[in-house]
Design a binder for this molecule. Structure first.
Ligand code: GTR
Length: 400
C-alpha cells in the first residue's frame, strides 16, 4: 500500500515536471519582434571600466577577469590539480577500417587523494599520415554506440571513416565517465576528486566535469606520439557543445573548438531571451551549472557576462559554431550574434573574420574566417554535413 502510494506520488511529480517543461517550452519566445532591447556587457571594458586596447591588456587583465566571471556565475570552478594521470591501452588494432587506421582504446585514469576517475577513450589514427596528426575530440553526450570502436555500427554523429579519410585522427569519450547526466548521480565521477566543489556555490557540476574530462584527454594526447597535441579540436553537440566551449575557454592548449547547436549557455546570447532561457535550463537540468547561476533565472540582464564573452575567451584560436534551421530552441540568430560580438577581440590579434552583420542563409557555411558558422537545414542534431564543414574549417586553420 505504502509502496503504491509512493509510486503514485512519484508518478504525479513526474507528470508535473513534464507539464512544467512543456509549458516552459511552449512559453518560449520564437518571435524576433519580441526580442527585448538589451545591451551586452562590453567585452573590451574591464570591471573597473578600463578600456582594453591591446592584446597584452586583453591577455593579462580582461581575459582572466572574464574566465573568473564565468567560473563564479555560470560553469563553476575548474580544478586543475591532480596527483597522477596514467593510461593503459585496453585494445589496439593497427589494421582497423580495412587498414586505413589504427584503433586504440585507451583507459585514462586520473587520481586525486586516492580517488580515481577513469576515462574510456576511443581513438582512430590514420595510417597513411606520417608524424603526429591533428585530432578531433568529441565529448559524447549521446549513446556509446555512436562511437563504436568495432565499426559494426556507424553513426553520422561521429563519422570516423570520413575524418580518417580526410587525414585527421578522431577520438571520443562519453560524458558519463566524468559525471552521469542525471540530477542525482552526477556527483559520481570527477566530483569525488574535488568534494569541496559539491558544497560551494561556485562549484563545478556536470558540464564543468565534462569539460574537465576533455582537458585530461588532452593531457593524454601530450603523451601519445602519434597525436599532434598542439592541434586538438574539441567538438561537442548541444549540452556537449556547451562543454566544448567551456573546455576551450578554460584550457588554451585546445587549438580549435567546434560547438554544434549548443544554444542556451552555449554559443547563444542569453539576453535575447529567444528559445531556451536560463530559468528553464536551471530548472530542468539543475545538475549542469554552478548553484550561483540560478540567481540569474529570469534575470539575464543582471548577469555580468553573456556568451559572446565566452567565445572571445577562445581568441585567437579558430572557433566554428553551428545551428539547425528547425532548432529555434537553440537560437541560431543569437548564436551568430555572439560570434559577431566576439570579433573585436580577434581583431586585437589582427584577425578579421568575414562575418556580415546578418547571419548567412541556410546551408551557406562560413569557412574562410577565424570565426566559422553555418545554419544547417534540419533538426537539432550533429550530422555528416556538420562534420564535413568542421573538416573544411580545420583544413583552413589547422593544416597550414
Ligand atoms: C535540451 C536542452 C538544451 C540542449 C539539449 C541537448 O533539452 O534544453 O540546452 O542541451 O537538450 O543536449 O540535446
Amino acid at each position: 500500500m505504502l509502496f503504491l502510494s509512493r509510486f503514485a506520488f512519484s508518478f504525479f511529480l513526474f507528470l508535473v515536471l513534464i507539464q512544467v517543461q512543456a509549458q516552459n517550452a511552449a512559453q518560449a519566445n520564437y518571435d524576433e519582434s519580441k526580442v527585448p532591447p538589451y545591451t551586452l556587457p562590453d567585452v573590451l571594458k574591464t570591471t573597473k571600466s578600463k578600456k582594453v586596447q591591446t592584446k597584452t591588456e586583453w591577455e593579462t587583465i580582461r581575459r582572466p577577469e572574464i574566465i573568473k566571471l564565468f567560473e563564479e556565475n555560470v560553469y563553476g570552478q575548474m580544478p586543475k590539480s591532480y596527483d597522477r594521470l596514467t593510461y593503459s591501452i585496453k585494445n589496439k588494432n593497427a589494421d582497423a577500417m580495412a587498414g586505413k587506421a589504427t584503433l586504440k582504446e585507451v583507459t585514462i585514469e586520473v587520481v586525486k587523494n586516492n580517488n580515481p576517475v577513469k576515462i574510456n577513450l576511443v581513438l582512430f589514427v590514420p595510417n597513411r599520415q606520417k608524424g603526429p596528426v591533428p585530432v578531433f575530440l568529441l565529448i559524447n553526450n549521446r549513446g556509446k554506440d555512436n562511437t563504436d570502436p568495432t565499426r559494426a555500427k556507424k553513426s553520422d554523429f561521429w563519422p570516423a571513416e570520413m575524418v580518417i579519410d580526410s587525414g585527421y585522427a578522431i577520438a571520443a569519450f562519453h560524458v558519463s565517465d566524468l559525471a552521469p547526466d542525471d540530477t542525482a548521480t552526477y556527483v559520481n565521477g570527477v566530483l569525488q576528486l574535488y568534494p569541496e566543489q559539491l558544497t560551494a556555490n561556485d562549484g563545478m557540476k556536470a558540464i564543468g566535469a565534462w569539460a574537465w574530462g576533455a582537458c585530461r584527454v588532452l593531457d593524454y594526447f601530450e603523451k601519445d606520439t602519434t597525436i599532434d597535441a598542439k592541434k586538438v579540436a574539441v567538438v561537442g553537440h548541444s549540452r556537449g557543445g556547451k562543454a566544448s566551449l567551456w573546455a576551450a575557454a578554460e584550457d588554451q592548449r585546445f587549438a580549435m573548438c567546434m560547438t554544434n547547436c549548443s544554444g542556451n549557455t552555449g554559443a547563444a546570447l542569453a539576453r535575447r531571451q529567444f528559445g531556451e532561457r536560463i530559468n528553464r535550463i536551471n530548472t530542468v537540468f539543475p545538475h549542469w551549472f554552478a548553484t550561483n547561476y540560478k540567481k540569474f533565472n529570469h534575470k539575464e540582464n543582471v548577469l555580468p557576462v553573456d556568451q559572446h564573452m565566452l567565445i572571445a575567451a577562445i581568441a585567437p584560436r579558430p572557433l566554428y559554431a553551428t545551428n539547425a534551421s528547425k532548432d529555434l530552441w537553440a537560437d541560431p540568430t543569437g548564436t551568430y550574434l555572439a560570434l559577431k560580438n566576439a570579433e573585436k577581440v580577434y581583431g586585437l590579434y589582427g584577425l578579421t573574420s568575414n562575418l556580415n552583420a546578418n547571419p548567412p542563409a541556410i546551408n551557406q557555411p562560413i569557412i574562410n574566417s577565424i570565426l566559422g558558422y553555418h545554419n544547417r537545414e534540419g533538426e537539432h542534431n550533429l550530422t555528416a554535413y556538420d562534420w564535413s564543414n568542421f573538416i573544411k574549417f580545420a583544413n583552413v586553420h589547422l593544416k597550414k
